[in-house]
Design a protein around this ligand. Structure first.
Ligand code: CP
Length: 320
């Protein structure tokens, strides 16, 4: 995919479609700008006028709880006019093509599209087709990328463990179908993590996974050793086309994170999960709700990260 599409001729963010091709300076700038927004949630007036007069359309062709709502909150906190389209009740159900939907919304003077779609490349396609003044943010496309999720994860890690060069990070579970894992691996490697380790059964890893810049383990008891950050992933059954596992209970026995298994990692390791979590499948409730879990912190941080990315794409972050 053409990742230069994301940057203006002066190297500034125009669209946010994938982590691939973005450098450490730009990723760090996103984290730093998000930092400037993080205190806003505690203020009485949770708004800044950075995107006043801008119109943002949330186009979610796939279900979402966290991403859709935090994008909407982020847009409102930037004072934008935001419209969350319900695709189920839109004219998509009458056969309207994606491009025609976009063209009609463009005719309503939209400034930004936030897009989630089941097809990899959908956000890139829209960015290629829209008018030059419109920015497109990828809120998750098929198995390809979920770059704002990866950035809120990097932000959450940096809050607790600021030096990426010291960190060994384990990503555990269904890597094969995970757009989140792909974006996280790219972000962690760009930010200079000491090691990104994937832990999964062979059936849930892509071919040649090492080429993504990771080490590989198929055994949770071994793979968790020396780990600072644990990222659990759910089994993405909606993307599985064949039976890749004997059973969920067998999977939990081998790859589920329990209090006992958590003890194998470093004592101050943090536990993350992009959500939605499936308790008793990839993670035990005692771990998900435990002291080392930052899962809900990730959700809160999603607002500041999405504010930063939207402000940068609209070239208004300088006023923060
Ligand atoms: N993490 C994530 O993308 O969650 P949602 O599907 O609820 O948006």
């Amino acid at each position: 995919m053409n990742d230069n599409l994301q940057l203006n001729s002066d190297g500034k963010l125009k669209h946010f479609l994938t982590i691939e091709g973005l450098d450490k300076t730009l990723l760090t700038e996103i984290l730093d700008i998000a930092e400037s927004f993080i205190g806003m949630s505690d203020q009485q007036i949770k708004k800044v006028p950075l995107l006043r007069g801008k119109t943002i359309v949330n186009l979610f062709f796939e279900n979402s709880t966290r991403t859709r709502t935090t994008f909407e909150l982020a847009a409102k906190r930037l004072s934008a006019d935001v419209l969350s389209m319900s695709i189920a009740t839109s004219s998509t159900s009458k056969g309207e093509s994606l491009l025609d939907t976009i063209r009609n919304l463009e005719a309503m003077f939209v400034d930004m599209f936030v897009v989630r779609h089941a097809i990899s490349g959908a956000a890139h396609f829209i960015a290629q087709q829209t008018a030059p003044h419109i920015s497109v943010i990828n809120a998750g496309d098929g198995q390809h990328a979920h770059p704002t999720q990866a950035m809120l994860d990097m932000f959450t890690i940096r809050q607790v463990k600021p030096d990426f060069s010291q960190l060994r990070v384990a990503i555990i579970g269904d890597i094969l179908h995970s757009r989140v894992a792909r974006s996280q691996i790219q972000a962690l490697n760009t930010l200079g993590a000491a090691e990104v380790r994937v832990i999964a059964p062979k059936t849930l890893l892509p071919a040649h996974v090492e080429s993504l810049g990771v080490s590989v383990s198929h055994n949770l008891n071994v793979g968790l050793k020396d780990i600072d950050v644990i990222i659990m992933l759910r089994l993405q059954k909606e993307r599985m086309t064949s039976a890749l596992l004997p059973s969920e209970s067998e999977y939990f026995k081998c790859f589920g994170l329990t209090e006992a298994k958590l003890k194998i990692a470093k004592p101050d390791a943090i536990v993350m999960h992009p959500g939605p979590i499936n308790r008793g499948v990839e993670i035990d409730s005692k771990v998900a709700d435990g002291k080392q879990s930052v899962i809900l912190k990730q959700v809160s941080n999603g607002i500041a990260i999405r504010m930063a990315i939207m402000a940068m794409a609209m070239q208004t972050q300088g006023a923060v």
